[in-house]
Design a protein around this ligand. Structure first.
Ligand code: PEP
Ligand code: MN
Length: 343
């Protein structure tokens, strides 16, 4: 259930509700929204009836959460979640772009890409220090050395750093260096990693598994939220279908579908969704038009020399063009006539 407190509820009144929940063996999370405080208590109705809580002082209303996604469900929050990554707000009115190479390859490569990403007005740089690769013989990332380079690039350009955690063993290192931790598609159902991400003090970017349904993706988010980390962003990155003209198939319809079910922001990664540079910009714009809160796009200063995912990396000039086009589509959606027609 979701317990909505009155805006005037005192700390003592909130405490009384929490004490009752605790005494009934119910785990809960407190959300401090600007309008009023609320308490999410998944599965509470099995132990306590709403009419036990509703008459308590300071309680405005008790709303049952009928969805199986007790924490990710739109019913479990009073509004949409906005995830703050080093001052960049994902899920608010602005479209957020995250760009960078697939992997950190060298100081020179990372700094060259970071410079044009920052000059394009993009505030978040994404690059993997630990790379989950299909082949064990492919470039696996620079590891700790990559994390050190990411810290240097943040200091130089003031960019927020998004980077992937691939295993529990190296999670602490990634958490220390990152401003946002990516959980990759292959790890979407690595439950130990999801739980560790849920105990992290940094926001999490949760990619959809290549064969995951929307339901499975939201249950994965539930693992992170359940450990107390409310700062989760979902990222659609294409799913595997029988279509073989592209690396994956961008599931555009999952964007509004997910936004209807959850309060979490939803981003689109058109790079892994297509695997082809020529398809990245059109699919990115489709994602924005479908209501994505942001885009995650791979770009490289020399894609032909990239150690991973070169064929899908945008050239610097195309990256700059995409930023302008995507913001244009987003602005068009904000116009009253467009929003009237849409959603
Ligand atoms: C990546 O972001 O470089 C990556 C490996 O993505 P995914 O997990 O979506 O395959
Ligand atoms: Mn990649």
């Amino acid at each position: 259930m979701l317990i909505l407190m009155e805006p005037s509820a005192t700390p003592d009144q909130v405490r009384e509700v929490l004490v009752l929940l605790e005494a009934s063996g119910i785990r809960c999370q407190v959300n401090e929204a600007p309008e009023a405080l609320s308490i999410v208590a998944p599965h509470a109705s099995q132990a306590l009836k709403p009419d036990r809580i509703e008459p308590m002082a300071g309680v405005r209303r008790v709303v049952p959460i009928t969805s199986p996604f007790k924490l990710a469900s739109a019913d479990a929050a009073t509004g949409r979640t906005v995830v703050d990554v080093r001052g960049v707000r994902i899920g608010g009115p602005e479209l957020v772009l995250v760009g960078g190479p697939c992997g950190v390859e060298s100081r020179d490569q990372l700094f060259t890409v970071a410079r044009y990403v920052a000059e394009a007005g993009v505030k978040l740089l994404r690059a993997g220090a630990f790379k989950p690769r299909t082949s064990p013989y492919a470039f696996q990332g620079l590891g700790l050395e990559g994390l050190r380079l990411l810290e240097e690039v943040r200091a130089e350009f003031g960019l927020g750093i998004v980077t992937e955690a691939t295993e529990v063993e190296t999670f602490d290192d990634v958490e220390r260096s990152a401003d946002m931790i990516q959980i990759g598609a292959r790890n979407m159902q690595n439950f130990a990693l999801l739980r560790r991400a849920g105990r992290a003090g940094k926001p999490v970017l949760l990619k959809r598994g290549p064969s995951a349904t929307l339901e499975e993706w939201l249950y994965a988010a539930e693992y992170v939220l359940g450990e107390g980390n409310r700062q989760v962003v979902l990222c659609e990155r294409g799913i595997r279908t029988w279509s073989d003209h592209a690396r994956n198939t961008l599931d555009v319809s999952v964007v509004p579908a997910a936004k209807g079910l959850t309060h979490l922001p939803v981003m689109v990664d058109p790079s892994h969704a297509t695997g082809r540079r020529d398809l990245v910009i059109p699919c990115a714009l489709a994602g924005v038009a479908a209501g994505a809160d942001g885009l995650l796009v791979e770009t490289h200063c020399h894609p032909e020399k990239a150690l991973s995912d070169g064929p899908q990396a945008l050239l610097p000039s195309d990256f700059v063009r995409l930023v302008e086009l995507a913001q244009g589509v987003h602005r068009a959606l904000q116009m009253p006539t467009a929003t009237g027609l849409w959603m």
